[in-house]
Structure formats: structure tokens, C-alpha cells
Design a protein around this ligand. Sequence first.
Ligand code: FEO
Length: 398
Amino acid sequence: MAIQELTKNLYYVGVIDHSLKVFDVAILTAYGTSYNSYLLKTEEGNIVFEGSKEAFGEEQIEHIEEIAPLSSISYLFVTHTEPDHSGAIHLLLERNPELVVVASTGALLNLNKIIRRPFKSVVMTPGKDMKIGQYTFSFYSGLNLHWPDVMFTYIHELKALVSCDAFGAHFASDSLLLSKEQNKEGYYDALKYYFTHIMGPFPSFVIKACDAVSSLDIEWILPGHGPVIDQNPQDQIALYRHLAEEGLPSNDQNKVTIVAASAYGYTKDLALQIKEFLESKGKEVYLHLIDALNYAEEKPKILEHILHSGSFYLGSPTLVGDAISFFYDILLSFPYTKLQGKKAAAFGDYGWSGEAAINLTERLRQLKTKTLPPYRMNFKMDEKQEEEFKAWLESLVS
Ligand code: FEO
């Protein structure tokens, strides 16, 4: 890869990895990725922005040294410390122990545990600018994008925003610049997948981060992955905002989603009674009755309805001592951040042991919903149980 001067004094010194197929164990990278880092020459020593992944540390150092000796690097700005950006920082510090690491408090806490030896450091503080040579740096919180250590750096004189994971994508681009990338369709495909899996669980934080940088005059976004955004950077921020807004749970207290499966109609009957009760209280109820034939088709509608409902109720009969797998699939489709605070409960009729509603309740608690006690019925209700069921129904709206 040709090392590239992006603009006067600013160089790309990152590493492109076309071969990566899986990132973070669970995320596919159909277009590879890059571990971006940048070198800025200043009148008071040079700066490197971002470390690299352990396996690519030597390559990053080679790229740095094509521009300037490692001994000339006075500062390493670290925007985020997941090991794909921090795993090789120890190599930089071993070769240049005078290097000063500039990072958020959270990032420095992590780095101390990753590097396990003393190093010089300065804390990035929003609202407290740093001046090095002819450049001024301001810091903006990128809190929880997608780690709590993220801090963006804005370089005033270059109108450049160093954003690490934010506003990027897993996409190996030899052209380095988005304006020159030929495969734009692939790039945006990669970006949407990346957003869904990495930023998507934190939509409200994405919107806050977009707000934090919205008033900046930005000509360059220098992300941690994928090509440099050298054209219409505000469009990139707007795209991130749009994707975040699409995934933002609305928690409408008037909307309720009920999902039920029923082997012999008993759990379905409970679901219908819950629906009727909630509608009598003025709620707008989405009821999904699922089985092995219709689940795949119903699933996208179920997820959409749960996302926008203030409460949701899952009714499963017990099959081999547990709930039916569809319900776990539904719950696994949401990061806890999207269900947190919604009112939720499990219910279900059973013949023998009745674990389904108990087990689903445990999962609802793990997902930080406002979890109500489950309602379980063994075959059909007697009069006393009808009264208990009415009391449980009232608990849904109290
Ligand atoms: Fe690219 Fe969160 O690491």
C-alpha cells in the first residue's frame, strides 16, 4: 500500500487487511477491513493518531517510519482502546519510551491494563483544548460508541475529525479515500452491516455523538476503519444519524405487543384474553400468533412492534422443559439496550412442568426490562384461578 499524504503534514500510516473474514468473533467482514492510523507532522514533534492490532504493529511502525523516524513521534493520540486499535501500542512504547499517550480517562485505564508498564500520558478533556506546534486539538465525547472510552479529536487547522470506530466501516480500500473508492455500493453495504452490529445497539449515543460534532466545520473524517471520508463528511454523519434514528426504540406506552404460540389453543386463549383486557384499557395491541410455519414471515413485524411498544408479553407453552425456541430467537434479536425499561412479562399454559414462562422471565430480567411475574396456567382455570388471572391482568396496567 502506498503511504499517502492526505493533506499538508497529515499522512495515512494505517494497515489494510483484505483477508479478514470475521471481526470480534461474531461479525462478518465480507469486504475485509483496515486499522487506520495517521501521522501529523508538527513544529513541536510528530503525532500518531491511533494504535493498531497486535498482528499489524510491525507493519504500522514500517509505515510510520516511511514518513518520520519513530523517535520523532512525541505523542500518540488514542481515540478508543479496543485491541484492534490498542493491541500493538506496547510496540510503539518499547521503541519510543518518551512517547506521550493522549487519551480519555477511560482509555488510559484500559491502556494501563493492556500495556502493564508505566508510560507518559495526558488526559483528553472535552472543553480543554491542546496546542502542539501549529495545531490546536479539541476533544468531543463519543461516549459509548461503542465503548465508554471513546473521545473524538478535532484538529482545527485541518478541519479534521479523528473518530475511530464512529463514522467508519469494515472495508479494505486500497484507494484510501472514499472519493476515489470505485466500489461505493460495497462500501455502503459494509457500512450498514457494520453500523447494525457495532453502533446499532447504542442509537441514542450515536445521535448524541452526531449532535456533539454537528456544529464543527469538518472537511475530513479520519475513521479507524475503512476509507478516509474526504468528501461531504456531513453526509456521513447524517447517514449515521439516520441509521440510529431508524433503530431508536420509541417505547410508546399506549402500544403493546403480544407474541404467543399455542399447541392446543390454551396459551392462545390466554393471549386473546390479555389482548381484550388491554384493548378495554385503551391500548393499541399487536398480537402475533406464531408457529413453525409462519414464524420466519412474522419475525420482522414482531421485532418492529416490540421496538416501538412500551410493553410486550410473550406466551409460550412448555416443550421439553423450556419455552419454544422462537421466543429466545426474538429476544436474541435485540441488544438489551433496546428493551431496557420496557414493561414485559411471560405467560403460558402447560401440561406437566411449566418451565417456559419461568425461563422466559429470567431472560427478560437479564435484558433489563421492567419484568413482571409470569402467569402460568396448568390446563384450564378454575374459578379461583380466574380471579388470580384477573389480578395479573390488572398488574399489566398498574
Ligand atoms: Fe475498531 Fe471498537 O474497535
